[in-house]
Unconditional design. Structure first.
Length: 160
């Protein structure tokens, strides 16, 4: 497996991966993915397995937001260039390539990007089925799942 930073030309590939990994209704839109790729500071890592693009993870620095409601907007309005917080906004691996360590490597690449940027905290939201996945990777739940429109999500953090 290998990884490289994605650019705007990769947008169609990211959309295919996004739509294969999430059920309809939970997809980030093309507009939202485009806006994230165009932020002045962000990292979108694209993973390849046997030369095929199979997964990606997107992240960027955000304001100090720590509730599901605050973190909900599916666009780049959370962005803050000066902040200490890095948001892992999205990680997606095509179903037929899951369980091969690709997600773990994409998250590690995001942690490295956040550190390089100078962020101090790494945050993300997760649905309940991923609680053991993220705790096994060493992350800490800082807010339990909240009832909010859409799927209840917990908030996770790691100090960088
Ligand atoms: C969540 C997701 C990104 C994980 O990617 P992946 O490539 O399948 O995960 P990995 O292979 O890196 O798994 C790493 C470890 O977690 C374990 N694991 C994988 N999925 C798990 C799950 N749902 N629950 C608990 N553990 C899990 C693996 O067995 C592996 O353990 P190991 O290191 O002891 O071998 C992927 O399943 C996915 O795209 N899901 C759909 C989209 C989604 O929900 N994204 C996250 C929210 S934004």
């Amino acid at each position: 497996m290998s990884c490289r930073l994605a650019n705007i030309g990769d947008l169609p590939t990211l959309l295919i991966i996004e739509q294969s990994a999430f059920p309809p209704g939970r997809w980030a839109s093309e507009k939202s993915l485009r806006e994230r790729l165009e932020l002045p500071a962000q990292a979108t890592w694209l993973a390849f397995y046997e030369n095929q693009p199979v997964g990606f993870a997107n992240g960027f620095p955000i304001k100090d937001l720590s509730t599901q409601q605050e973190l909900d907007p599916d666009d780049s309005s959370l962005f803050s260039q000066e902040s200490k917080f890095w948001l892992l906004r999205n990680v997606a691996v095509r179903p037929e390539f899951q369980g091969k360590g690709i997600g773990k490597q994409l998250i590690q690449a995001q942690l490295n990007s956040a550190k390089e940027y100078g962020s101090k905290y790494f945050r993300f939201t997760a649905s309940e089925n991923l609680t053991s996945y993220y705790s096994n990777l060493g992350f800490r739940m800082i807010r339990p799942p909240e009832a909010f429109h859409g799927l209840p999500q917990s908030v996770w953090e790691s100090e960088l």
